[in-house]
Ligand binder design. Structure first.
Ligand SMILES: C[S@@+](CC[C@H](N)C(=O)[O-])C[C@H]1O[C@@H](n2cnc3c(N)ncnc32)[C@H](O)[C@@H]1O
Length: 208
């Protein structure tokens, strides 16, 4: 990883993710999360402020050292135990059926293989455990979608592999999770290019 990925992008990411629209979306997505929780793509630990449920333990998986360097100060202030684990969501270093909940916050856009990450998330969830995510996704509006396709190479280069054109809700359904809450095309009140970043929220259960 180079200077841009490890130093500049984590700083930029923090600035963007701390913006009020992102904070509102994250707060809503994490409000009902509880128990022994895994967050994949923990980044700089921005999510910690938004867990308001009864968290017994948070396992925070993150591959970027630049991100985790920023996360450490936030972890030190967390009101529940947090274990930082280096690694990627495509290959989770955890036993089957370990967690009550798995969380992803604006991360499935950036992983190499989102279907594999959701498959792994399902594997490590207990039966009746829940996957919670909030992600920016492919638009269902054809004109906006075309712009997402055109600009995707630029977005990938600028934002360290982040894609504008993914549909994680469909991936969760294809993985056999039961979607309890699946909202698509939430238009966030971003000051710039909101139509490029429609947001999807999902709560999906692993059934027996
Ligand atoms: C846009 S940032 C979001 C970070 C954090 N979730 C937040 O909301 O502030 C995407 C994160 O996904 C992480 N990431 C990229 N590829 C990953 C992978 N294969 N598995 C897990 N995390 C990954 C990146 O390092 C980065 O921290």
């Amino acid at each position: 990883m180079g200077f841009y990925e490890e130093r500049i992008f984590p700083w930029m990411c923090d600035k963007m993710m701390d913006a009020p629209p992102m904070a509102r979306l994250t707060r809503a997505a994490l409000a009902d999360v509880a128990g022994d929780v895994l967050e994949i793509g923990f980044g700089s630990g921005r999510s910690l402020a938004f867990y308001t449920g009864d968290i017994t333990r948070l396992t925070a998986l993150e591959p970027s050292e630049g991100m985790t360097a920023r996360a450490r100060a936030r972890i030190a202030e967390a009101p529940f135990p947090v274990e930082l684990v280096p690694g990627a969501g495509e290959r989770l270093p955890f036993d089957d059926e370990r967690f009550d909940a798995v969380v992803l916050v604006f991360t499935l856009c950036s992983v190499s293989d989102p279907a594999q990450v959701i498959k792994e998330a399902k594997r490590v969830l207990k039966t009746d455990g829940r996957l919670h995510f909030v992600e920016h996704v492919a638009s269902r509006h054809p004109r906006h979608r075309r712009w997402q396709e055109r600009l995707n190479p630029l977005q990938r280069a600028f934002a360290c592999g982040c894609n504008l054109n993914r549909d994680p809700l469909a991936i969760a359904q294809d993985a056999g999770l039961h979607v309890e809450l699946g909202t698509h095309d939430i238009q966030p009140d971003f000051p710039m290019f909101p139509t490029l970043f429609p947001v999807s929220r999902c709560v999906a259960v692993k059934r027996a």
